[in-house]
Design a protein around this ligand. Structure first.
Ligand code: HEC
Length: 126
């Protein structure tokens, strides 16, 4: 009788433990920096690109404070950096460009992919 009780406890324990197990996608697919990256469909300048640039770039690149003579933070200026290749070159740390954001970690794969998709779409004001 006592053995049966222990067996039941063990069984219940295993069931409880296994129900707590779950697959973490990022751990299963380590390439998946893009796993939670929402670049499906059109990338909106105002909803997606601006928040990233605001967080990582505008503090040093605004109209009134254009570090390295690179002004950003309006659609026209942001588009200009997109069109001349320096936006993607700098955030992707490409040869020939100053790596940006200056003095900080490279942007995430998702952030770079988001901005690239916007650039590739012709950097629309959407
Ligand atoms: C801490 C300040 C700072 C931050 C943050 C920063 N920049 Fe810069 N950026 C500079 C300075 C200073 C230069 C002038 C070149 C140099 O010193 O490397 C520059 C140069 C540039 C250039 C010209 C690079 C070239 O080689 O032609 C671009 C484009 C640029 N930044 C884009 C960005 C973008 C996009 C971000 C956000 C991801 C960003 N910067 C974040 C300070 C900053």
């Amino acid at each position: 009788m006592k053995n049966r009780f222990l067996l039941m406890m063990l069984f219940t324990g295993i069931i409880l433990l296994s129900s707590c197990y779950y697959d973490k996608e990022e751990l299963l697919y380590p390439t998946g920096a893009l796993t939670n990256c929402d670049t499906v469909g059109t990338v909106s300048y105002s909803a997606k690109v601006v928040p990233i640039l605001q967080q990582k770039c505008y503090s040093c690149h605004s109209i009134s404070f254009p570090s390295g003579n690179v002004a950003m933070s309006t659609y026209a200026t942001d588009k200009a950096t997109a069109v001349n290749g320096s936006l993607y070159g700098s955030i992707n740390h490409a040869n020939g460009y100053s790596p940006m954001p200056k003095g900080a970690a490279k942007m995430t794969t998702c952030e770079i992919a988001t901005i690239k998709k916007w650039i590739d779409a012709g950097s629309p004001n959407n």
